[in-house]
Design a protein around this ligand. Structure first.
Ligand code: PGA
Length: 253
């Protein structure tokens, strides 16, 4: 089954509105007319409006970095699906390891956020991945299986097809230590097997991105793996020229 490559930049807590607009203006020119992949940028909430305006009419999609499960109410500091949608957002990252590590996200909150995103018609990018000590003690598959089974509980196969999974080994994020293509492929194949157990054939339509120190120099080899359908990129998505070079390599352009 052919799956469209999806390359998303996760800007994390970087870039003001003016800086975001500048990056998207530069990116827009380079990806004009590109049909081989979905290109997404995920700015901080306060930068989304400016970026959505700059990206309008281009192939660049806009994503958020978090979403709350409630429609509205007394949830100080949180943002709802409707707020995102009406700001021009189409994608949303859920359960990034930094949210799990520093902000108390669990598989249960991931599940609630995922359901809210799907109900609103947003495309969720759900992050999973093991810590270094989990890999070293042979727990990678158990950790991934738990994140998937609990994070995706109660989702039906029809909705599952829309979900993008990002496999981000925590030891590779921001460390410069990329998983080798073989290690990444093995984890992606395992994730797809877990998705198949939950969703049957729909698993073959689901995109699984790799994330963790992906850059122009390793993107081609990673995305060439049979179960790697793109990338979720942090550091190398913060400068237009780096992100453009990475996109070209990932797509072998
Ligand atoms: P990195 O971040 O590319 O800087 O390693 C990836 C991510 O956290 O999504």
């Amino acid at each position: 089954m052919s799956r469209k490559v999806i390359i998303a930049g996760n800007w994390k807590m970087n870039k003001t509105a003016a800086e975001g607009r500048e990056l998207v203006e530069a990116l827009k020119k380079s990806v004009a007319g590109l049909e081989a992949a979905e290109i997404v940028v995920c700015p901080p909430f306060t930068t989304i409006g400016a970026v959505a305006e700059a990206a309008a009419g281009s192939v660049i999609g806009v994503g958020a970095q978090n979403i709350h499960w409630a429609a509205n109410g007394a949830f100080t500091g949180e943002i709802s699906a409707d707020m995102l949608k009406t700001s021009g957002v189409k994608y949303v990252i859920i359960g990034h390891s930094e949210r799990r590590q520093y902000f108390g996200e669990t598989n249960a909150t991931v599940n609630s956020r995922l359901k809210a995103a799907l109900a609103a018609g947003l495309i969720p990018i759900v992050c999973v991945g093991e810590l270094l000590e989990e890999r070293e003690s042979g727990k990678t598959e158990a950790v991934l299986a738990g994140q998937i089974r609990e994070g995706f509980a109660g989702i039906d196969a029809k909705d599952a097809e829309k979900i993008v999974v990002a496999y981000e080994p925590v030891w590779a994020i921001g460390t410069g230590k990329t998983a080798t293509p073989d290690i990444a492929q093995a984890a992606h194949a395992f994730i797809r097997q877990e998705l198949r157990a939950l969703f049957g054939a729909a698993a073959d339509a689901m995109r699984i991105q790799y994330g963790g120190s992906m850059k122009a120099s390793n993107a081609r080899e990673l995305v060439a793996q049979p179960d790697i359908d793109g990338g979720l990129i942090g550091g190398a998505a913060l400068k237009a020229e780096d992100f453009i070079a990475l996109i070209r390599e990932a797509l072998a352009l």
